[in-house]
Write a protein that binds this ligand. Structure first.
Ligand code: NOJ
Length: 560
């Protein structure tokens, strides 16, 4: 079967702000990325996804766009971008942009016009509502960043109405019901695609449709913002009936006319509703990022991990494709969250990568994973930057929580864990900038950095290279069917990948424990040869193996 290019791709996600600063202003930039393209190429990935690069006041690090058709000056110029695009293409690397269609910055010219008067031609580009009789917000929705006292509505004196902002008050939601807005968005997308970009990661894409009548959330108000009567209900504006019509229309008008990849960020989507978005015959989007693994407040168990993977992989039987990732710029670092960033940092980073790269679907690597970067844990809220951590902290303090307790609750999950500067070497600021970095560098940089990893005989980067190469050499990884073995085991994650040409066996220990167990008889009856391991000190054949080291990961081929 002919595969689409994005089914064979390995995608590297670049958070430009924190990647490499070329001009000493403390902010990563496009010329910095250009200087590192050879390293990205060496890793073996063949696609880059950039977090938003557009002109923006940077309230939410670029997810608040004030001009969709320009590059933010802190990152460089449109010419820098074009140069990067051409260079990347010449190296066989595609480039995917992050596209925010749910909201803009309040500094976008559409919003500036929209707020001027009720009959401004741009008024309906956004969601405006009159106050209730008592002057209050039109409904009880809370914003996802816990800003102010939590409402998702901001009153605008000029016209005496409220506008909707599901995220920051600086990020008004746009109104997809309004045809002229839709046409503007299509025009803008075509402009990027005509420039040569290879697709979009679609921010908050299942939130474009709002529920009819914008009814109150029925969820019980919970502290901290519950005390003011607001409810942070992440479900109420997601997967609302009508969303699929919107996506099909965009697909028909824009995406289907180019050879591109679209991957939607879909919070609050379970495997149940996913086919509606990703079944290829529905003509909507190619893949989604779901958060059934990565975003739960409680770390999931290994059994839950397997069960979740199984449900999503099953969708592939219905003419659909999935993504594989554990973390991104909105989450803690994967080795800290799912692995052990202390005594088993290196093996657990490699073991987690093994899962991402050998399960069915397209793997996404978040910058820094390939050298095992870890969470940061700042001591004071003043060192944090991201809107959600700060908003939630402030509302918790107002609700009477102590600063230590508030910080303690937020640190593990803060999105800033993933946003500290890339650690290139052990020089000042980890070699990220010659200036003052926009956010503090992780203090572990003298030990954990690109240069040190590249010199290490136990290099994580080298292991990623092997994994990515293995994907090209072994068709079963992309095409093969999938079957878990020992499904019930609470620590071992073991599975087969099988296509007409070969069978692969992946054996991993998802724990700090040494596990004593024999693999199932059906495996033992064959001869297996190891093609990859994250532990140099174990025997290369499976026969008689009964013991698995903490975070061990191995891949075998079956030889007849
Ligand atoms: C999801 C993005 O990944 C996140 O970083 C951003 O804050 C929100 N959407 C709002 O755009």
């Amino acid at each position: 079967m002919k595969k689409e290019w994005w089914q064979e791709a390995v995608v590297y996600q670049i958070y430009c702000k924190s990647f490499c600063d070329s001009n000493g202003d403390g902010i990563g930039d496009l010329r910095g990325v250009i200087s590192k393209l050879p390293d990205i190429k060496e890793l073996g990935v063949n696609c880059i996804w950039f977090n938003p690069l557009y002109r923006s006041p940077q309230v939410d690090n670029g997810y608040d766009i004030s001009d969709y058709q320009d590059i933010d000056p802190s990152y460089g110029t449109l010419d820098d971008f074009k140069e990067l695009l051409e260079l990347a293409h010449s190296m066989g690397i595609r480039v995917v942009m992050d596209l925010v269609l749910n909201h803009t910055s309040d500094e976008h010219k559409w919003f500036q016009e929209s707020r001027k008067s009720k009959d401004n031609p741009y008024r309906n580009y956004y969601v405006w509502r009159a106050p209730k009789e008592n002057g209050k917000e039109p409904n009880n929705w809370g914003n996802y960043f816990y800003e102010g006292r939590g409402s998702a509505w901001q009153f605008d004196e000029l016209t005496g109405e409220y506008y909707l902002h599901n995220y920051s008050w600086k990020m008004p939601d746009v109104n997809w019901e309004y045809e002229p807005l839709r046409q503007e968005m299509y025009k803008m997308m075509r402009w990027w695609l005509d420039l040569g970009v290879d697709g979009f990661r679609l921010d908050a894409i299942n939130r474009l449709k709002k529920p009819a009548g914008l009814p109150d959330s029925k969820m019980p108000p919970a502290p901290p913002v519950g005390i003011y009567g607001y409810v942070v209900d992440r479900a109420i504006c997601t997967n609302v009936p009508g969303i699929h019509e919107i996506l099909r229309e965009i697909n028909k008008n824009v995406w289907s006319q180019y050879d591109i990849m679209t991957v939607g960020e879909t919070g609050n989507l379970s495997s149940d509703g996913a086919l509606d978005y990703i079944c290829q015959s529905h003509n909507e989007i190619d893949m989604v990022f779901h958060f059934e693994i990565g975003k739960n407040a409680n770390i999931i168990t290994v059994n839950q991990y397997k069960e979740t993977q199984q449900r999503w992989i099953d969708l592939m039987k219905h003419n659909a494709w999935i993504s594989q990732f554990l973390t991104n710029h909105d989450s803690p670092r994967q080795v800290s969250r799912f692995g052990n960033d202390k005594e088993y940092r290196v093996p657990s980073a490699k073991m987690l990568a093994t899962l991402v790269h050998t399960m069915p679907g397209t793997p996404f690597v978040y910058q820094g994973e390939e050298i095992g970067m870890t969470n940061v844990y700042f001591d004071t809220i003043d060192d944090y930057n991201e809107r959600y951590t700060i908003g939630k902290y402030n509302t918790m303090i107002e609700a009477g929580v102590s600063p230590e307790k508030a910080l303690g609750k937020l640190r593990d999950l803060s999105r800033d864990n993933a946003r500290t500067p890339y650690q290139w070497n052990d020089s000042a600021n980890a070699g990220f900038t010659t200036g003052k970095p926009w956010i503090k560098v992780n203090p572990r940089y003298p030990e954990i950095n690109f240069e040190a990893d590249r010199k290490s005989p136990d290099s994580i980067f080298e292991y990623y290279k092997k994994l990515i190469q293995m994907r090209r050499d072994h068709p079963a990884i992309i095409d093969g069917n999938f079957r878990f073995l020992m499904m019930e085991h609470p620590q071992m994650v073991v599975y087969l990948r099988k296509c007409a040409r070969e069978t692969l066996l992946v054996v991993t220990n998802f724990s700090d424990d040494k596990i004593k167990i024999e693999l199932p008889q059906e495996i033992q009856d064959f001869t297996w040869e190891r093609i990859l391991t994250n532990r140099a000190d174990t025997q290369p054949s499976l026969s008689g193996r009964t013991e698995w080291l903490p975070w061990e990961a191995e891949v075998y081929t079956l030889s007849e």
